[in-house]
Design a protein around this ligand. Structure first.
Ligand code: IDP
Ligand code: MG
Length: 136
């Protein structure tokens, strides 16, 4: 029985800027994830708008897209059993104030907008998001 999944992870600008890339990757590896693909890039605001399209009606949409495109990010394809949920658990709550001990956002997140990492929220969206960044 195999429910090996892949999920998309992004180390966001606030964390790259603070040189937390290696620490965060270690947290993924220590939790059993394999990093299948990774690249450090900076995206255009228009690309961030496409990526976060589901949030386009939210009041924070413009700031969110400005922010994701404001500096280098590291995008990764992570794999393990139940990777999507496992990554959500390892990241912790969206607002670092509410994140559990031992999670990435508890450890490194600054605020709800500068919360250090992104992770896909479903297997279906993981496929879409992986294609978004890694389709050749
Ligand atoms: P998630 O990243 O935990 O999946 P989402 O609800 O999908 O959270 O929101 C996407 C991103 O938008 C969050 O990671 C956060 O950076 C930002 N965000 C979410 N809610 C708010 C808010 O109320 N104010 C400002 N930024 C927000
Ligand atoms: Mg989300």
């Amino acid at each position: 029985m195999s429910n090996i999944e892949q999920t998309l992870s992004i180390i966001k600008p606030d964390a790259v800027e603070r040189n937390l890339e290696n620490e965060i990757k270690e947290m993924f590896k220590n939790d059993g994830f394999s990093i299948l693909k990774e690249k450090k890039i900076q995206i255009e605001k228009s690309e961030a708008e496409n990526f976060y399209k589901v949030h386009e009606t939210k009041p924070f949409y413009n700031d969110l897209c400005e922010y994701l495109s404001s500096g280098p990010i590291v995008v990764m394809v992570l794999e393990k059993k139940n990777a999507v949920l496992g990554n959500r658990e390892l990241m912790g709550a969206t607002d670092p104030k509410n994140a559990e001990d031992g999670t990435i956002r508890k450890k490194y997140g600054i605020s709800i907008d500068k919360n250090s990492v992104h992770g896909s929220d479903s297997v279906e969206n993981a496929k879409i998001e992986i294609d978004f960044f890694f389709k050749d």
